[in-house]
Design a protein around this ligand. Structure first.
Ligand code: GAL
Length: 432
């Protein structure tokens, strides 16, 4: 453990403050927003394609609303290392070299990301970094990369690795930490891609800045519902410097209705996942672009005061705490710098009204009323007293609200909004 973490842990212990050990090395305090090549292009990538997408990130206004990273995924490498064992970019597709590419990206104002693997080979069969961790970390830094996505394919046999999943990822984490110390350069952001194996949400924060919690996303409702359901049980793992990564934002590739696409983006943004666009931006439609550019949701994803995810307070269709990969929790809330955020997901295949009592959320004060801001219509929708009903939420659709304290509620209401263990001071009016 680095000295500052030991100090932090010891101080927290003395003060009785619970502490989550994070890789708080100064980078990736907030979710990373940007672009990744995998979903739209898989292995068909080259330097010009990456730069074309980067230029579109700029010209379409995505960079301006906060998407400041551009990441290569798998298949950038030559199949062979050099004689001295260093990684080599594909000579044809990246003929100008990686310094040229990152130089261009940096000149456009982007951070640059690269992809590697913790085993012998990447998932697509290119060289992995096992037993080359320090050398490859150095190479990535020399090439000018700011971010590393690190995959989980082709794990060495047990009698070679003699480590579990934590140790396997710790190897590169240590290499990156060491490199930052010796080079005195900004640490490379470390993104674990191991699909949620070995309960990564319990230990990922001490190894990296984000960790995939589920397998690869597909552009359909079932995939979204299943990822949201899984992540609904581990929201507490997300905070500043470390977060559940629900995989890329899979919009604009067909397969989702407009309402499902909004639900996808809302859940990822409010659950504070990294938001990495995986769309061919040359063919993006205005509706998808509009979703990606919802600045009110992006502001909550990038909240610099409240780092936590929204969490379910009621499952709705299912009894609370039910795991159902086709019908996740419906009623969610969380704190934000500017009020309490609510997310309502209509998991049904038909429109429905969605009702909640305000104090079902732990972030709401009893006896107060709240102004309601709709984060999709971008309108102020009056004042909520005691409860709120969203009318006719579309099939698989979403409602995202920001509730701000608007003072004491009107007088003359029933003593308690929720009669659970409510009592008058002398005990005469007791209910619940
Ligand atoms: C998978 C990973 C994908 C993509 C792919 C590349 O393991 O989950 O996001 O990186 O490998 O081969």
């Amino acid at each position: 453990m680095p000295a500052h973490s030991v100090l932090l842990a010891a101080t927290a212990l003395l003060l009785g403050i619970p502490t989550v050990l994070t890789l708080s090395n100064g980078v990736a305090r907030l979710p990373v927003l940007g672009y990744n090549t995998w979903n739209a292009f898989a292995c068909n990538i080259d330097q010009d394609l990456v730069l074309t997408q980067a230029k579109l990130m700029k010209s379409l206004g995505l960079q301006a609303v906060g998407y400041t990273h551009v990441h290569l995924d798998d298949c950038w490498a030559d199949k062979n290392r050099s004689a001295s064992g260093t990684l080599v970019p594909d000579q044809t597709r990246f003929s100008r070299g990686m310094n040229n590419l990152t130089g261009e990206l940096h000149a456009m104002g982007f951070n640059a990301g690269i992809y590697g693997d913790s085993g012998w080979f990447t998932c697509a069969g290119y060289p992995g970094s096992f037993e080359h961790e320090a050398q490859d970390a150095q190479t990535f830094q020399d090439w000018g990369f700011d971010y590393l996505k690190y995959d989980n394919c082709n794990i060495p046999f047990d009698d070679i690795i003699r480590e579990g999943m934590v140790g396997k990822y710790q190897r590169m984490s240590d290499a990156l930490t060491q490199l930052a110390q010796t080079s005195r350069k900004t640490p490379i952001i470390f993104s674990l891609c191991q699909w949620g194996w070995e309960q990564v949400w319990l230990w990922g924060a001490s190894v990296g800045h984000s960790w995939r919690t589920t397998g690869d996303i597909s552009p359909n409702w079932d995939a979204l519902a299943s990822i949201i359901n899984f992540n609904s049980f581990i929201t507490q793992a997300t905070g500043f410097y470390g977060r559940n990564d629900m995989d890329m934002v899979r919009l604009g590739n067909g397969g989702l209705t407009y309402d499902e696409a909004k639900t996808h983006f809302t859940a990822w943004a409010l659950m504070k996942s990294p938001l990495l666009i995986g769309t061919n931006l040359s063919a993006i439609d205005d509706a998808t672009l509009g979703i990606l550019k919802n600045t009110e949701l992006l502001a909550i994803n990038q909240d610099s005061v409240q780092g936590s995810s929204v969490s379910p307070f009621r499952w709705g269709v299912n009894p609370d705490w039910t795991s159902d990969s086709s019908s996740p929790a419906q009623y969610w809330s969380g704190p934000s710098e500017n009020g309490t955020v609510f997310m309502l997901i209509n998991t049904l295949a038909e429109p429905s009204d969605m009702f909640f009592n305000l104090t079902e959320s732990p972030w709401i004060r009893a006896g107060r009323q709240y102004s309601v801001r709709d984060l999709w219509t971008h309108t102020n929708n009056g004042t909520a007293v005691r409860n709120f009903t969203a009318r006719a939420v579309p099939e698989h659709g979403v409602v995202a609200l920001l509730l701000k304290d608007a003072g004491d509620e009107p007088t003359g209401l029933t003593p308690c909004a929720v009669w659970d263990n409510c009592a008058s001071q002398n005990g005469t009016a007791v209910q619940g």
